[in-house]
Design a protein around this ligand. Structure first.
Ligand code: NDP
Length: 450
């Protein structure tokens, strides 16, 4: 945590650390928000009077539960499930579920905390939350994944509902898992309540463009950033980390806009394909076969390099889109990007850049967008899915994509206007944090101490 806090905010941050020991990712997310609050620190007596910041740092509800299930060979497994319902001031708790062995309370709290301000930025009526489990779907059979999802939902169903809490996907939770989760919810409750989950399949209540939304939205946001400097994706060399849901559709949209994605990664390394990533092969390997990127390299023969040491950020590029996981782009990687002349970093993942990396990028004049703003297209389209479910309607791909694009343009504009208003033009971090924070804080003042 490189930037210092305003003296009025430091004691509040110290209190969060003392109250939530060992939760380093959560501390990091709170610190990043508090840095941006300096221009309003001490200037909003109503926020102080109602202890807004203190209440924002305490989730409304935190659920931790046992998830027992049985493997194909008859062994009983115990995982831990989480749902942190962070803030419902603007609407029902809304945020994804992550299934990954690294999941713990700190990670779910950082994600839930960020989600509150991200959701506020979209302008949609949604609060913030996040959940998941330390379950690792890798190497598990279809039946094992289904049994796990059913057991997870057997507990979670008590706490969710279209007016209460609406989960979606995240790392390790895609269309397959959401299907099993929705099926179990429907069975237990005897209700076809489409609005209880988003990211559903198109034949059972899903929305067009939801699968593509986070990746497309990140690229729409980056397109606006480039346009603010009179530039575009046309002819740009782009590196995307990850090769999951967000990364794949970021690659797709960059290529549609004339850029060339030369490298993507996964947890086993990265591939460099100078001709441009072959999108249909990437989808085949990662979406359908659920294979490693080494299979992509094997299929492309000698035309590509598969690298298992170093980082994907070693590949020179004009635009970098981190779309894998938190803290994957560190100080040394930021220095490499700066040395290679990268002009723009927009986060598709949540908090993929460390605080130190962000400082290095910003000091070097690299345009940098925090995920809270640039990856908000996923949750925004989830809110569009909820709208369609509520009106029992479904919109075309083109109409939904245009709504998503417009939302991203609007978030970009809000970030720049807010940064300008509070005296730091071009600071997307400050703009995103302050715009989201003020929207939630004003509503919390209006609703009283609840
Ligand atoms: P997926 O599970 O579909 O993909 C994650 C990708 O990141 C995979 O390629 C995975 O590799 C890779 N990865 C995960 N952990 C690591 C690691 N430690 N090192 C290197 N690579 C890693 O998840 P999503 O694409 O849905 O999510 C990616 C990011 O985007 C997350 O931060 C998520 O919170 C964020 N996000 C997602 C949204 C959504 O709508 N899905 C919305 C907003 C944000 P492998 O293939 O080997 O597992």
């Amino acid at each position: 945590m490189t930037e210092t806090l305003h003296p009025k905010l430091q004691p509040q941050f110290d209190a969060v650390v003392a109250r939530n020991p060992g939760e380093s990712e959560f501390h990091q997310a709170v610190h990043e928000l508090m840095v941006s609050l300096a221009p309003i620190a001490g200037k909003r007596p109503d926020y102080a009077q109602w202890s807004i910041l203190k209440r924002m740092c305490e989730p409304e509800r935190q659920l931790i539960f046992r998830v027992p299930w049985v493997t194909d060979t008859g062994e009983v497994q115990i995982n831990r499930g989480y749902r942190v319902e962070f803030n419902s001031t603007l609407g029902p708790f809304k945020g994804g579920l992550r299934f990954h062995p690294t999941v713990n309370l700190s990670i779910i709290k950082f994600l839930g905390f960020e989600q509150v301000y991200k959701n506020a930025l979209t302008g949609m009526p949604i609060g913030g939350g996040k959940g998941g489990s330390d379950f690792d779907p890798k190497g598990r059979s279809e039946q094992e994944v289904m049994r796990f999802c059913q057991s997870f939902m057997t507990e979670l169903h008590r706490h969710i509902g279209e007016h209460t809490d609406v989960p979606a996907g995240d790392i390790g939770v895609g269309g397959r898992e959401l299907g099993y989760l929705f099926g179990q919810f429907k069975r237990i409750t005897n209700r076809y309540e489409s609005g209880v989950l988003t990211g559903k399949g198109l034949t059972w209540g899903g929305s067009q463009v939801r699968t593509e939304a986070t990746g497309y939205g990140t690229v729409f946001f980056a397109q606006e950033m480039l346009a603010s400097r009179g530039e575009s994706f046309d002819g740009r060399r782009v590196v995307v980390s990850g090769s999951g849901n967000v990364a794949i559709y970021a690659v797709e949209k960059v290529q549609e806009l004339g850029g060339t994605v030369v490298a993507v990664s996964d947890s086993g390394g990265y591939v460099v394909d100078e001709a441009g990533i072959d999108l249909s092969l990437l989808k085949e390997v990662k979406e359908r076969q659920r294979e490693r990127l080494s299979a992509y390299a094997d299929a492309r023969g000698g035309a590509v390099r598969h690298v298992t040491d170093g980082a994907v950020w070693d590949v020179p590029c004009d635009v970098a889109l981190p779309c894998a996981t938190q803290n994957e782009l560190q100080a040394e990687h930021a220095r490499t990007l700066v040395a290679h002349g990268t002009g723009l970093v927009a986060e598709g993942a949540n908090m993929p850049c460390t605080a130190e990396a962000v400082t290095i990028l910003r000091e070097a004049g690299v345009l940098y967008a925090p995920g809270k703003a640039s990856n908000a297209g996923g949750v925004a389209t989830s809110a569009l899915e909820m709208q369609q479910n509520a009106s029992r309607d479904s919109w075309s791909f083109e109409e939904t994509q245009e709504r998503l694009r417009q939302i991203m343009v609007d978030i970009h504009r809000q970030c720049l206007e807010t940064a300008e208003e509070y005296g730091d033009p071009g600071n997307y971090v400050m703009g995103a944090n302050l715009a989201g924070y003020i929207r939630v804080a004003d509503a919390m003042v209006a609703l009283g101490v609840v």
